[in-house]
Design a protein around this ligand. Structure first.
Ligand code: FAD
Length: 324
């Protein structure tokens, strides 16, 4: 019984989380002596199958159809659920992205199976997949499994699993899958893209984030300057979003994006539990806050008690010197 990875892609590129899932899936499939398959859905996406093979897929189920050019809940659910019903995989893993969360919930419901969401680890115990997921906004971790129903499904947080090096020339068997999208109730009228040279928040290795302590939208340029030197993405707390200083797409936390960068620099953020829920799995947290009692210092690896309007420009200048 195979392990399946949902191959999420955007603008003709596989998302990094797809490569992370393939790398982890390859290890698990090897331990189980089962095959690893990727499911690739879209329009004119066949070229991505080569990369999926190099990163470990034994098979690629390719479902191409003009009506699948853009992601729709109905179209992609119909295709993935029908394929899973036909092929009966042991597990389906998706990225815990906006698309992955939406699709996983629909497909799990359609298949009548269990879904573990927002996982940060996968392992095998007695031949069964066991998922680690944070609870209580990251204060504790629980291990969960889908006991009987199959496939066991999970969404996995981007940036927590590593990517193994691709094997040049390794290829996957490409199987054309039934790509009938059925009735699609969603109508996509327009796609508005935000043009940015910065990495996407959920995939960034470094995030510089600002909260109410930024005092106003004009001061985010301080964070932009630091982010530009570090090649980082810029995030925000909900207080900053609610104040209308920055767009909601920048919000990190329980009702915003979940991020796991290598480095998260929190500037003028108090560390409310709802904010921590979205960033506490960052590998290294640096907090800059003028209140030594701020909650953020409880999760920070490094803390600077000070005025961000002094500290951030100093950091930018120092990093510039180091990186020039
Ligand atoms: P504050 O708590 O006001 O903290 C500002 C900090 O800036 C303070 O610690 C202060 O000491 C510091 N500061 C001020 N001036 C300076 C300076 N010059 N230099 C250095 N430090 C300075 N919040 C989120 O972030 N994300 C979410 O997804 C989210 N979801 C929520 C969902 C629900 C259902 C609810 C009820 C709340 C949610 N919240 C969320 C809101 C959350 O509870 C907090 O209100 C919010 O995170 C606070 O944002 P903040 O830390 O920027 O502001």
């Amino acid at each position: 019984m195979a392990i399946w990875i949902y191959a999420e892609h955007k603008n003709g590129q596989l998302k990094k989380v797809t490569l992370e899932l393939l790398s982890e899936g390859r290890k698990l499939a090897g331990q189980l002596n089962e095959e690893l398959a990727a499911v690739l859905i879209g329009k004119d996406v066949a070229a991505l199958a080569a990369t999926l093979g190099e990163y470990g897929a034994d098979k690629v189920y390719l479902a191409e159809n003009d009506a699948l050019e853009n992601y729709t809940t109905d179209g992609y659910t119909n295709v993935l659920a029908a394929l899973a019903k036909e092929q009966q995989p042991a597990a389906i893993l998706l990225g815990c992205t906006v698309q992955g969360r939406d699709l996983a919930a629909q497909v799990a419901q359609r298949l009548g199976t269990g879904l573990c969401t927002d996982c940060t680890g996968l392992e095998l115990a007695d031949g069964r997949l066991v998922f680690t997921r944070p609870i209580y906004a990251g204060k504790a971790f629980v291990k969960a499994a889908v006991p009987e129903a199959r496939p066991a499904m999970a969404t996995v947080r981007p940036n927590v699993l590593g990517v193994t090096a691709p094997q040049a020339g390794r290829s996957a068997e490409v199987i054309k899958a039934d790509a009938q999208p059925g009735d699609i109730r969603q109508v996509i009228k327009d796609i508005v893209c935000q043009i940015s040279t910065r990495p996407e928040l959920t995939e960034a290795d470094i995030i510089v984030s600002g909260g109410r302590g930024m005092k106003g939208p004009e001061n985010y340029k301080l964070l932009d300057e630091l982010a530009d030197v570090l090649g980082a993405a810029v995030g925000a707390s909900r207080a900053a979003v609610d104040a209308g200083w920055v767009p909601q797409s920048m919000q990190v936390g329980q009702t915003g994006k979940t991020v796991s960068p290598v480095l998260y620099i929190a500037c003028g953020i108090s560390g409310a539990i709802q904010h921590l829920a979205g960033m506490s799995s960052s590998k290294c947290i640096v907090a800059i806050n003028k209140d030594p009692e701020a909650n953020i210092f409880k999760v920070a690896d490094y803390g600077v008690v000070g005025d961000l309007f002094e500290v951030v420009p100093l950091l930018t200048a120092e990093f510039k010197k180091m990186l020039d």
